[in-house]
Design a protein around this ligand. Structure first.
Ligand SMILES: Cc1ncc(COP(=O)(O)O)c(C=O)c1O
Length: 395
């Protein structure tokens, strides 16, 4: 039988990205395609010791159903942290969710009607685009530069577009560009949201992975009227497979989001939540984050210096202060998809940028390169191979 697919899913097509990741897994391929921290930094031994202990002492707690809002000690720990940093404000509530990805889904589910517009960075996180698409969103990309989303372009979009429900931003070390939204632009984005009466979804999975420069306060710290939804995650600072993250939003909206979560997974995996809580209270998270940053700083610097040595001068590259990615822009007229085919043939893979753009923007000049997962040797060799392909390609 040919099963008729719902109108929300019929146009969803993961094949392009699947092909890219399949190609990156071929024997001998050097891959800069990852979207995760390095497995070398997963605190596996600590988690194994904690798991042994919690199975002996509190199995009944995490083998039972939990509450949808999250394992209370963990939820409280997160809320305390968010209050300390000015993110959780009067009138907000925080819940534990199964990965930051759920915050994107719940926001879309609770706010969007068919045809509503979401303003997104161009380029932005591909899974966010797909999530918003499944709720019938019209996606409008707003151009980016080295300081993040262009605020004049955002204002223009807010003036022109009908039914804008929210602005989606990844303010720190953005996926895929690696750039950070400056403090001045955060203030302007918030003021524009107030002026045009729209919500901001602030997605911050990378904020703690800073290798240089000065931290910038979250947009949520500016929130006077309860219009900013903030999400963070333990995926990049502990491990992505544990699927533990958090969502902070105005209470009234949160009541709906909790219902959305009940419909999806009832609650986040209890063992993961207990393990994360035990890790946070019995191990040294700050020391662990410092170690991750020291490691990734070396890799970022290695990739940038290899690019400086090997890439033609016409190829532009972002110089991220943190996170996992940098972004390469090819000169006009060159196709990132075509370059991708050629680098694959030379045994090195990065992610072509085209799928990261919303439907209103045709841009095939970008490539995302991950530096957290490859070894220093792979970075040196892979960038040299890409440089050779690029020199040939640009001729
Ligand atoms: C910008 C952004 N948001 C959200 C996520 C989702 O992370 P997780 O669901 O693992 O917390 C990712 C993961 O790569 C991301 O890059």
């Amino acid at each position: 039988m040919s099963i008729p697919i719902s109108k929300h899913m019929e146009h969803m097509n993961p094949s392009l990205i699947r092909e890219i990741f399949k190609a990156a897994q071929k024997e001998g391929m050097i891959s800069f395609t990852a979207g995760s921290p390095s497995a070398e930094e997963f605190p596996a031994q600590e988690l194994a010791d904690l798991a042994k202990d919690v199975f002996a002492t509190q199995a009944a707690t995490f083998l039972s159903y939990g509450v949808t809002e999250g394992y209370q000690p963990l939820r409280q720990w997160i809320a305390d942290e968010l209050q300390r940093s000015g993110i959780q404000r009067e009138g907000d509530d925080t819940i534990v969710i199964s990965g930051g990805q759920q915050a994107l889904d719940f926001t879309a589910k609770c706010l969007l009607n068919d045809g509503d517009t979401v303003l997104v960075e161009a380029p932005t996180f591909l899974n966010a685009l797909n999530t918003f698409r499944t709720y019938g969103a019209r996606l409008v990309g707003v151009p980016m530069d080295g300081e993040g989303m262009d605020m004049d372009a955002l204002e223009q979009a807010l003036q022109q577009e009908k039914n804008v429900k929210f602005i989606y931003t990844i303010p720190n070390f953005q996926n895929p560009m690696g750039v950070t939204l400056s403090a001045a632009r955060r203030r302007r984005m918030y003021d524009l949201a107030e002026q045009y009466d729209v919500v901001i979804l602030e997605d911050d999975p990378y904020g703690r992975l800073r290798y240089s420069g000065t931290p910038v306060d979250a947009i949520k710290t500016l929130d006077r009227s309860g219009r900013v939804i903030y999400t963070g995650s333990f995926s990049k600072i502990i491990a992505p497979g544990i699927r533990v993250a958090y969502l902070c939003a105005p209470k009234e909206l949160m009541a709906k989001m909790v219902v959305a979560k009940q419909c999806v997974d009832v609650h986040t995996n209890m063992l993961s939540q207990v393990l994360v809580y035990e890790y946070l209270t019995r191990c040294d998270l700050e020391a662990h984050i410092r170690q991750c940053c020291d490691h990734y700083r070396i890799k970022r610097d290695a990739m940038l210096s290899a690019i400086d040595r090997n890439f033609p001068a016409e190829v532009a590259v972002t110089r991220p202060e943190g996170g996992l990615f940098l972004w390469v822009t090819l000169p006009g007229g060159c196709s990132g998809m075509e370059l991708h085919q050629r680098t694959i043939a030379a045994g090195v893979a990065a992610v072509p940028g085209k799928p990261f753009f919303a439907d209103n923007i045709e841009n095939d000049r970008g490539l995302r390169m991950n530096f957290s997962v490859p070894s220093l040797e792979e970075i040196d060799e892979g960038v040299a191979r890409m440089g050779a392909v690029l020199r040939d390609f640009l001729q």
